[in-house]
Design a protein around this ligand. Structure first.
Ligand SMILES: [Zn+2]
Length: 99
């Protein structure tokens, strides 16, 4: 059998296993780790008020996203700048894929 090439590690779980190697399983959907390494559905700390570090709700993902949206609504030119940056990055990506 042909010697297999080194696997592409992008997107893999990469948790340190008990053998000392990196876990090559694919992460659970929406997680960074596989189901054996903390990515199982329902694992992890609860969101919002039930999270151990919750204090006043000022820093929840929902609050910060809402504040971000309000900021962008109040500063529309920043949103336009980001759109231009994304377009330029996309153009670069297309160019590099042509090669
Ligand atoms: Zn894993």
């Amino acid at each position: 059998m042909e010697q297999s090439e080194a696997p592409d590690l992008t997107g893999r779980c990469l948790a340190r296993t008990r053998r000392g190697t990196l876990c090559l399983r694919w992460p659970s959907k929406g997680r960074k780790r596989c189901r054996l390494h903390g990515g199982a559905p329902g694992s992890g700390a609860p969101r919002g008020e039930r999270h151990g570090r919750y204090k006043n709700g000022l820093w929840t993902i929902e609050t910060r996203e809402r504040q971000r949206q309000e900021y962008l609504a109040a500063n529309p030119w920043i949103g336009a700048l980001r759109t231009i940056q994304e377009l330029l990055a996309y153009a670069d990506e297309l160019k590099s894929n042509e090669r």
